[in-house]
Design a protein around this ligand. Structure first.
Ligand SMILES: Nc1ccn([C@@H]2O[C@H](COP(=O)(O)OP(=O)(O)OP(=O)(O)O)[C@@H](O)[C@H]2O)c(=O)n1
Ligand SMILES: C[C@](O)(CO)[C@H](O)COP(=O)(O)O
Length: 231
């Protein structure tokens, strides 16, 4: 059988933009915490061999409890994250390195609706090309606006994509990209940025608009409705 992938699920953020007392990854979405819904997506995929769950140091115990309660036996590592998302990803990558897999997927713990078929397509493309992300074409016209609130450019929409997770890479490339960024003090908003800086072409696979990242309170209403509709 072909080797599968390991996934790093990052959930060590504070969720400042959500503005809730409890961090957004622990909010209940119908019957379970958001993060449990997300981990279950990967737990159920035959291609997923191992999961590294990145959380804050103070939340490790409750995550261990959920692993037992929900039978998430692919979670072999629960590790503490860092100040920025990038540091949290790196902590997860280090844990996965010991698992002997060639390919890693990195996924936001607050994207609970990712479609397994799209995850598989992203993994397959990474196996062919070493680096791949899920993304959707932008629907709006995007403008660049300067500090005075004046439009300075209108990029051609046909070349604009909104980038999501998972992002899939050959593990050795992803590790080197993170190490290089750390060395140079570079912080990116996604992992592809770090790999792009290394000159490695990152391929895009079209995902779904429903693979949203729960970010602001309005996302929660939509998420509850979407989950009910698909039960
Ligand atoms: N230091 C951090 C920051 C973010 N994340 C994770 O990265 C994902 C995407 O980040 P984002 O939506 O920006 O989450 P937060 O940083 O929690 O949100 P905010 O920026 O509103 O505080 C989330 O699952 C979040 O928990 C992380 O593991 N470690
Ligand atoms: C990685 C990501 O999901 C791509 O959209 C995103 O960049 C992570 O969080 P952000 O802080 O909202 O940029």
């Amino acid at each position: 059988m072909e080797q599968g992938f390991g996934v790093v699920i990052v959930a060590a953020g504070k969720g400042t933009r959500m503005g809730t007392e409890e961090s957004k990854q622990y909010l209940r979405l119908l019957d379970k915490p958001v993060i449990v819904h997300t981990v279950e997506r990967f737990q159920a995929m035959p291609e997923c061999e191992t999961i590294a769950w990145v959380t804050s140091a103070q939340d490790m115990l409750r995550c261990e409890d959920w692993v037992r309660e929900y039978g998430l036996d692919k979670v072999r590592d629960i590790v503490a994250g860092g100040k920025e998302r990038q540091h949290s990803v790196y902590a997860g990558l280090q844990a996965l390195q010991a698992r002997g897999l060639d390919y890693v997927l990195i996924h936001d713990g607050v994207r609970p609706f990712v479609d397994p078929g799209k995850v598989k397509a992203c993994f397959t493309t990474a196996r062919e090309h070493e680096a791949c992300v899920l993304a959707v074409p932008v629907k709006d016209t995007i403008k660049q606006v300067n500090g005075d609130g004046v439009i300075t450019a209108t990029p051609d929409r046909r070349s604009l994509w909104a980038i999501q997770t998972p992002q899939a890479f050959r593990l050795s490339i992803c590790m080197s990209a993170h190490e290089q960024a750390e060395l140079e003090g570079f912080i990116g908003t996604d992992d592809a940025m770090l790999v792009e800086r290394m000159g490695v072409p990152v391929h895009v696979v079209e995902g779904d608009y429903t693979n949203i990242k729960l970010t602001t309170p309005d996302d929660l209403d939509w998420a509850a409705w979407w989950m009910l509709r698909n039960q």
